[in-house]
Design a protein around this ligand. Structure first.
Ligand code: AMP
Ligand code: MG
Length: 415
């Protein structure tokens, strides 16, 4: 049994050595949200593109207005009006000003804006009531970004702010990583789909739905391959097809030590290199991780629905994010919280207990999900946004004490 941290680093290291085949593609800016940059972006444009006014007011020459006090205002001749979007036509000379609006280009000869509130209009003249600072309210060309400098690095995920930057830079086509294809299959003779009438002894294949949803949420492409019975030949050909068709395969069930647990043997027969067979974690101990020569990463996940999702959150999702090309922030996020309930564990394996993470006046609190914490009870897994970690060697974290929580969704707020 590998400790959790060791299993995590084995998996991350495996991803360094895998290559997503033809792993880049071009997308238009309209379709780029959520994608991960596969090449750094630079722009040929400075930003701001040209000197412009940050306020509504008057463009002036600082020399003309630098010594104003309430007893000696200065009056300037208004020689032009410059709305945003129209280039100025006049060069300002001494004693002149231009009416200007936010975002409009500064006219030649001007260097400072006097905001409207500090002026008094008099026909085609304007009285300046107080001295501005030199270059006040001017947004200088290239002061925010210089053409040719690095703008966005590779390996970041594009959200609204990055899309805005790219639009501004007129980068309308982007090189992003291809979204990983993740094949999902459920193994077990007892499994049926949710729309098949239940016969005695059967169980609905919830894992297929849980994992396909989780993969879709991550931005990768789920490929649901359905239910495969516990028959070695059928299982072998299904697994072989999955490996051929995907960058990552998630199978659930059949990785334990039962008489019908064939997955590890089949992976070896298909030429897989098995790197992990079990992890000192609860739930989710019998976790198989293998790689194939075609660069496919295989996770054989235990079949219990809670074990399946906890294994996904703890090991698969970070791996998938890294495989997707994220250079950073693919690791799970842990926060410290005060537990509202006693948290119990066996002490031998790193234990994850599911429940709700609350943010209460800026501090995190954790409430253990009510009901049974059996790994077969998926009903009380609903609404889980945090997993409380009880480390190896500890059997009890008492209510009121601090605990590490792995966040799996946003915290709830309570006031
Ligand atoms: P296994 O890992 O195959 O030994 O399965 C462990 C337990 O999880 C058994 O009770 C199975 O019936 C249940 N199980 C296995 N696969 C699924 C699945 N896809 N959906 C829901 N429960 C499952
Ligand atoms: Mg099974």
């Amino acid at each position: 049994m590998l400790p959790v941290k060791d299993a995590e680093s084995v998996i991350f290291n495996l991803i360094n050595s895998l290559k997503l085949k033809e792993n880049r593609e071009k997308v238009s800016l309209d379709a780029a949200v959520g994608r991960i940059l596969a090449a750094p972006v630079t722009s040929k444009l400075d930003f701001p593109y040209w000197d412009n006014s940050a306020m509504d007011g008057y463009a002036v020459r600082y020399e003309d207005v630098k010594d104003i006090n309430p007893d000696s205002p200065v009056t300037l001749e208004v020689v032009e009006e410059i709305p945003a979007g129209y280039p100025p036509k006049v060069t300002l000379k001494t004693g002149q000003a231009a009416r200007i609006f936010t975002g409009a280009m500064m006219p030649e000869g001007s260097d400072t804006i006097v905001i409207q509130e500090n002026t008094q209009k008099e026909g085609n003249k304007v009285q300046i009531l107080s001295s501005p600072q030199p270059q006040e309210c001017v947004r200088h060309k290239a002061s925010f970004y210089q053409a040719g400098k690095p703008m966005l690095p590779l390996g970041i995920q594009l959200g609204a702010a990055e899309i805005a930057v790219l639009a501004t830079a007129q980068c309308t086509e982007l090189t992003v990583y291809r979204r990983p294809r993740v094949a999902i299959l459920s193994t077990g003779d007892e499994l049926i789909s949710p729309n098949t009438p239940l016969q005695p002894g059967q169980i609905v294949d919830s894992n297929q739905y849980a994992l396909a949803s989780a993969v879709a949420q991550s931005g990768a492409i789920p490929i649901s391959l359905g239910i495969i019975p516990d028959r070695p030949e059928e299982l072998k050909s299904a697994i072989a097809r999955a490996i051929d068709s995907a960058d990552m395969v998630l199978s659930t069930g059949g990785v334990s030590v039962g008489d019908y647990d064939y997955v590890d043997r089949i992976l070896a027969e298909l030429g897989g290199e098995i790197h992990i067979r079990s992890v000192a974690v609860k739930p989710g101990k019998p976790l198989t991780v293998a790689t194939f020569a075609n660069s496919c990463l295989y996770f054989g996940i235990p079949g219990n629905p809670v074990s399946a999702l906890v294994s996904y959150w703890r090991f698969v999702l970070p791996a998938l994010k890294k495989l997707s090309g994220l250079a950073n922030n693919y690791q799970p996020v842990f926060v410290k919280a005060i537990t509202r309930h006693d948290l119990r564990a066996g002490g031998k394996r790193e234990t994850y207990l599911w429940g709700q993470l609350y943010l209460v006046h800026g501090r995190y609190e954790f409430a253990l999900a009510g009901g049974s914490h059996s790994s077969g009870n998926l009903i009380n897994l609903a609404q889980t946004n945090g997993l409380a970690l009880v480390p190896v060697g500890e059997k009890l974290i008492t209510a009121g004490k601090e605990v590490q929580i792995m966040q799996v969704a946003s915290p709830l707020y309570s006031y």
